[in-house]
Design a protein around this ligand. Structure first.
Ligand SMILES: Nc1ncnc2c1ncn2[C@@H]1O[C@H](COP(=O)(O)OP(=O)(O)OP(=O)(O)O)[C@@H](O)[C@H]1O
Length: 222
């Protein structure tokens, strides 16, 4: 279980997260929101990249609020993630594996689930955008995280490739059976990947019962 309790954050005296509280069980919770509503800031706080002004982040029984990113056991796929072009796909994936936990078995399972076996000796520039997304996902998964965070991981991907990837990612999330927090502004993507949904409006997070209600909610609040 991931618990985000009463998180607030200001930048230059402007409050961008306002008392955000959310619980994510072993499920994929999608946060839908407009540009600038605070989604990436929330993920970065959970990942430990930036510090909240107030509030706590709890993973299972561990309060990780003050821990550095590498001690949180979190897999994080940032927006516009970059791969190392001079390294092979295998080296890109094992790069984080070498520095963290995770077993050879987890690595092989991840590579298998994401259909990357035959590309291990390629360089990133030889792969399509869709396959690069699979590699970014694999890189986050090989260290056997207790929570996965994904910040618009398919924002650079064309619609047809997205159609193909979403069910595959859905399968991966079901298989790893940990809390997954997935950020997007695309309602169709949210529906395809999510078990539960929340909408971020101007720094406030509200649980909603279906992705299709997100924009009604946003319009009513604007
Ligand atoms: N380091 C920073 N310094 C100052 N302001 C920031 C910083 N990071 C984010 N902001 C501001 O905080 C607000 C929320 O940004 P955030 O990136 O979290 O939104 P978002 O919902 O992820 O949007 P997008 O979909 O465009 O990525 C924005 O107004 C942004 O300009």
């Amino acid at each position: 279980m991931l618990k985000i309790n009463n998180i607030s954050k200001s930048f230059e005296n402007r409050k961008v997260l306002k008392d955000v509280t959310i619980e994510v069980k072993s499920e994929t919770k999608v946060i839908i929101g407009l540009n600038g509503s605070g989604k990436s800031t929330l993920l970065k706080i959970v990942a430990g990249i930036i510090r909240a002004d107030e509030g706590r982040v709890i993973i299972g029984e561990r309060d990780v609020t003050l821990l550095p990113p590498e001690d949180r056991k979190i897999g994080y796929v940032p927006q516009h993630t970059a791969l190392f072009n001079h390294l092979t796909i295998k080296e890109n994936i094992t790069y984080s594996f070498k520095n963290r936990r995770g077993s050879k078995e987890t690595m092989e399972k991840t590579i298998d689930m994401l259909g990357l076996k035959e590309y291990l000796n390629c360089k990133p520039y030889e792969l399509s955008g869709g396959y690069k997304s699979r590699v970014s996902m694999a890189r986050a998964l090989v260290s056997a995280p207790q929570v996965m965070l994904l910040d618009e991981p398919l924002s650079d991907i064309d619609a047809a490739t997205k159609e193909k990837l979403l069910p595959e990612f859905h399968f991966v999330f079901k298989n790893i059976d940990i809390p997954v927090l997935y950020v997007t502004h695309d309602v169709h993507e949210a529906e395809a990947i999510g078990d539960t949904f929340a909408v971020m409006i101007d720094g406030k997070l509200i649980d909603i019962d279906s992705a299709s209600r997100a924009f009604d909610f946003i319009k009513n609040k604007l």
